[in-house]
Design a protein around this ligand. Structure first.
Ligand SMILES: [Fe+2]
Ligand SMILES: [Fe+2]
Length: 370
C-alpha cells in the first residue's frame, strides 16, 4: 500500500484562501435544488428509515436542562495541566532550530487554550452547516419516511448549535470565525442541486469525520460537562450518519456507472479537503508565529498523520456500504489506498452502529467506540 506523503500538501494553496467575511453577520449561499412534494404518504414504506424516525422521536434531549451547566470550568488550569503530557507536537519530534524551541509552559498552555477555542468553534459552525443541510433534505428528498426522519435531525442540529454556542460563551475564552476551507466545503454541499449530494457531503463525509473527531475528544477530555455534552451529541450524530447510509444505499444501487463515478469523485475531493486544509491556520496566526513555518512542522508530525487517518474510520466503511469503493474499477478504493485509510474498510459501519451510541445503550458511555 502506498501512502501519500504529508509533504505533498500544498501549503501555499491552503494559505491563499482566507475567510474574507469573518466580520459579516450573515452569509448567503445559492441553493440550486428543487423543493419536492410527494403525495405518497405511506409511512413505513422504507422500514429502516421508519425505525430510525421512531427512535429519534424518543431520543430527544434538552440542551438547557439535561446538561450540568453549573459545572465550574477553568480552561487555563486545564491547559496548564495538559502541558505536562502534551506540547503541541509528538514528544519525539525534534523542535530544535524552530521557533518553538524556546517555548515554555505558558506558551504551550496558551496554544492549548486557542486550539480548544478553535476546535469547538469549528464544531459549532459545522453544526450550523448540518442544520441548514438537513432543512434542505426535508425540502428536497422525494420519500416521506426520509422527510419525517430529516425533520427530527433539524431539531437535533439546532440543539447541537445551541449547546456548542453556550459552552463557548460560558466556559471558554474566545470564539473563532469559520475556517475558510470548511466554509467553502459547506457552501459546495449546499449549492449542489442533486438531492443525494447533500446527504453524501453532510451525512457521510462531514458528519462521518465529526463523529470520529467527537469520539476522539470524548475519549480524551476530562472536563465532565464537555464530556457529557459530547456524549449526548454523539448519540444523535450516529443516527444522522445512519440516515445517510440507509438512504443512499437504495439510491446508489440504481445509478449508472457515470453517475456513481461523480459521487466517488465528490467523496474523494471532500476527503482531501478535510484532511489537508483544516489545519488550525488561524490558531498559529493568533499565537503570533509564522503560520507557514508552523504548518510545515504540523503536517510532518507523525502523530498528526495517524490522527488524520483515524478521522476516516467512519467514512471509509460507510463508503464501502454505499458501494462507492469498488464500482468503476475500484476507483475510490485506490484513492483511499493512496491516502493510507483503506484499512478501515471493514470497521463497523454506522448504518448498524447507531444503536450502541444510544443514551440508554448498556453499559453506558463506555460503549461508545472512540
Ligand atoms: Fe450535529
Ligand atoms: Fe448531525
Amino acid at each position: 500500500m502506498t501512502t501519500v506523503s504529508p509533504n505533498d500538501i500544498d501549503l501555499e494553496q491552503v494559505l491563499s484562501v482566507s475567510n474574507t467575511e469573518a466580520h459579516e453577520l450573515v452569509h448567503h449561499v445559492r441553493d440550486h435544488a428543487d423543493a419536492i412534494f410527494t403525495w405518497n404518504y405511506d409511512k413505513g414504506e422504507r422500514p429502516a428509515l421508519n425505525k430510525l424516525y421512531e427512535k429519534a422521536k424518543g431520543a430527544q434531549w434538552n440542551g438547557e436542562t439535561d446538561l450540568p451547566w453549573d459545572t465550574e470550568v477553568d480552561q487555563e488550569a486545564q491547559a496548564m495541566a495538559a502541558v505536562n503530557t502534551f506540547r503541541g507536537f509528538t514528544e519525539s519530534y525534534d523542535l530544535a532550530g524552530t521557533p518553538f524551541e524556546r517555548w515554555g509552559d505558558r506558551e504551550w498552555a496558551q496554544l492549548n487554550v486557542e486550539g480548544s477555542n478553535w476546535t469547538l468553534s469549528q464544531f459549532l459552525h459545522g453544526e450550523q452547516g448540518a442544520l441548514v443541510c438537513t432543512a434542505k433534505i426535508v425540502e428536497s428528498v422525494p420519500w416521506i419516511d426520509a422527510k419525517y426522519y430529516a425533520s427530527t435531525q433539524v431539531m437535533d442540529e439546532a440543539r447541537h448549535v445551541e449547546v456548542f454556542a453556550k459552552y463557548l460563551d460560558e466556559k471558554m475564552s474566545g470564539h473563532y470565525p469559520i475556517n475558510a476551507h470548511l466554509k467553502m466545503l459547506l457552501d459546495d454541499i449546499i449549492e449542489d442541486g442533486r438531492w443525494d449530494m447533500t446527504y453524501l457531503g453532510m451525512q457521510i463525509m462531514v458528519e462521518g469525520l465529526a463523529l470520529a473527531a467527537f469520539g476522539f475528544m470524548h475519549a480524551t477530555v476530562e472536563e465532565p460537562l464537555l464530556k457529557q455534552l459530547l456524549r449526548y451529541v454523539m448519540s444523535d450524530e450516529a443516527r444522522h450518519v445512519a440516515f445517510g447510509v440507509l438512504s443512499l444505499q437504495e439510491f446508489y444501487a440504481g445509478l449508472s456507472d457515470q453517475e456513481l463515478f461523480e459521487r466517488q469523485q465528490f467523496a474523494y475531493e471532500a476527503s482531501l479537503r478535510m484532511r489537508d486544509r483544516f489545519l488550525q491556520q488561524e490558531v498559529w496566526d493568533r499565537m503570533g508565529v509564522d503560520v507557514k513555518e508552523a504548518l510545515q512542522l504540523v503536517v510532518q508530525d507523525p502523530g498528526r498523520v495517524i490522527f488524520q487517518q483515524m478521522l476516516f474510520s467512519k467514512i471509509v466503511p460507510n463508503c464501502k456500504k454505499l458501494g462507492l469503493l469498488d464500482r468503476n474499477d475500484a476507483w475510490l478504493r485506490r484513492r483511499f489506498e493512496e491516502m493510507g485509510v483503506i484499512q478501515f474498510e471493514d470497521w463497523v459501519d454506522t448504518g448498524d452502529e447507531y444503536e450502541t451510541f444510544a443514551l440508554d445503550a448498556a453499559p453506558g458511555p463506555a460503549a461508545v467506540p472512540a
